[in-house]
Design a protein around this ligand. Structure first.
Ligand code: PRP
Ligand code: URA
Length: 205
């Protein structure tokens, strides 16, 4: 099991503006798209490829193309803010949805929606910007495994040590990709320094 933290000057730049409380929703959505692109590249470095013989204008050539289809599963609602970069980058991507919402008092995630494509034989990326207690991520990964997924990764924008620990103990086979690994949680289970409530900032609610 592994934790991968993005190390790139552009990632640091984008994260600083995402964290800034004066950043308005329109800019916040653009920044979420940009960090999502960097994470999408990082989280798919090991995708399997297969040979494809083609002809260049000058001679025959054997290239590589992606061997398997990719499934992206955003956790509603904030995960939608990370979906578009994956759709734009990968040609044959399917989308599944898992709807989870944290109770504001207990911070425990409640499931309210699930719609998944066939998952057998695919590579699945579950995406959710905030890995706080880890309850939502661990729950979503279980749902996706029960639906047949065997090869999964979890991709987030900000993680906490508590969230990583929860996911790693429930799903030791699932690598975690994050743009920032933060200090911890406050008494309301928000990540510190974090960026606040991602869904609210994304949608101006
Ligand atoms: C946020 C976030 C994660 C969850 C993380 O969603 O998008 O899904 O909290 O917290 P956890 O690691 O403690 O479970 P939220 O429940 O606020 O719902 P939303 O996406 O609809 O805003
Ligand atoms: N969900 C968020 O949107 N932000 C946090 O810091 C924790 C959970």
């Amino acid at each position: 099991m592994s934790l991968h933290v993005l190390k790139h000057p552009l990632a640091a730049h984008v994260m600083t503006h995402l964290r800034d409380k004066t950043t308005r929703p329109a800019t916040f959505r653009t920044l979420a798209y940009q960090i999502g692109q960097l994470l999408a590249i990082e989280a798919t470095r090991d995708l399997a490829t297969k040979e494809k013989p083609i002809e260049t204008p000058l001679e025959p050539f054997t290239g590589q193309v992606l061997a398997r289809s990719l499934v992206i599963v955003p956790i509603l609602r904030a995960g939608l803010g990370m979906m578009q970069p994956f759709l734009d980058l990968f040609p044959d991507v399917s989308v599944g949805y898992v709807g989870l919402e944290r109770d504001h008092e207990t911070a425990v995630a409640r499931s309210y929606y699930c719609k998944l494509p066939p998952l057998a034989g695919t590579r699945v990326l579950v995406v959710d910007p905030m890995l706080a207690t880890g309850g939502s991520a661990a729950n979503a990964l279980s749902v996706v495994k029960e639906a047949g997924a065997k090869e999964l990764s979890f991709v987030c924008i900000v993680s906490s040590p508590e969230g990583v620990e929860t996911v790693q103990s429930a799903h030791p086979d699932v690598p975690i990709f994050t743009a920032a690994h933060d200090r911890g949680l406050n008494d309301r289970k928000y990540i510190l320094p974090g960026l606040g409530d991602f869904g609210d900032r994304l949608y101006g609610t």
